[in-house]
Design a protein around this ligand. Structure first.
Ligand SMILES: CC(C)(COP(=O)(O)OP(=O)(O)OC[C@H]1O[C@@H](n2cnc3c(N)ncnc32)[C@H](O)[C@@H]1OP(=O)(O)O)[C@@H](O)C(=O)NCCC(=O)NCCS
Length: 164
């Protein structure tokens, strides 16, 4: 369980909270912390989300610890633990591609992996963001998901569609 010292839930969709450039800095800080775990686990050389992220065309989500959701739904202001996050960005100048929405990264605490969070969230992402492409580099699990067409994502088809 990851303690985020300063996240307050405004709206509820499953156990996901949406964060964008207009969100309070404390929300962005929570996403930043998760991005930092992601960077550390995979030894990347930079954190893919800023503490005061100012990309006006990004949409991030974080997942609230499942045991907290029933309690928090009755409260306006409450500190919660988050178990993971993801960030989508609108790519206008990405290699040889036409503009597209990309899932830049996603990271879940190890206790919450392989429990269907990604697959259950996929229809919500599609509803909120529309068509999106998952961006490399892919971890082993993500490579499996990218090549698994059973839940509706078709990587090769999307790459062909958005290729310049
Ligand atoms: C990658 C990640 C976001 C996927 O989310 P998730 O909620 O765990 O994914 P789901 O449970 O919906 O689906 C995982 C699928 O990958 C498979 N999988 C799990 N671990 C795997 C592994 N080590 N190698 C290959 N496939 C694996 C599962 O079997 C499952 O497929 P199934 O439903 O057919 O059984 C999450 O596991 C995570 O945060 N991992 C660490 C960070 C990471 O790799 N981020 C992506 C960077 S590109």
């Amino acid at each position: 369980m990851i303690e985020s010292d300063d996240i307050i839930m405004l709206s509820q969709n499953a156990n996901m909270v949406t964060v964008n450039h207009k969100s309070p800095d404390r929300y962005k800080k929570a996403i930043y912390k998760i991005a930092k775990f992601f960077k550390n686990e995979f030894s990347y050389d930079f954190i893919q989300y800023a503490e005061k992220e100012n990309d006006t065309q990004h949409i991030a989500y974080c997942w609230i610890h499942p045991q907290i959701v029933p309690i928090i739904s009755h409260m306006d202001d409450f500190r919660v633990s988050i178990i993971g996050a993801t960030c989508f960005r609108y790519r206008k100048n990405y290699k040889n591609m036409k503009p597209f929405w990309g899932m830049q990264w996603m990271w879940l605490h190890p206790y919450f992996r392989d429990k269907g969070y990604f697959k259950k969230s996929y229809p919500i992402f599609k509803e909120k963001i529309g068509e999106f492409i998952m961006e490399p580099p892919f971890s082993r699990t993500m490579a499996t998901l990218v090549n698994d067409k059973k839940y509706g994502y078709d990587h090769k088809k999307l790459l062909a569609k958005y290729k310049k």
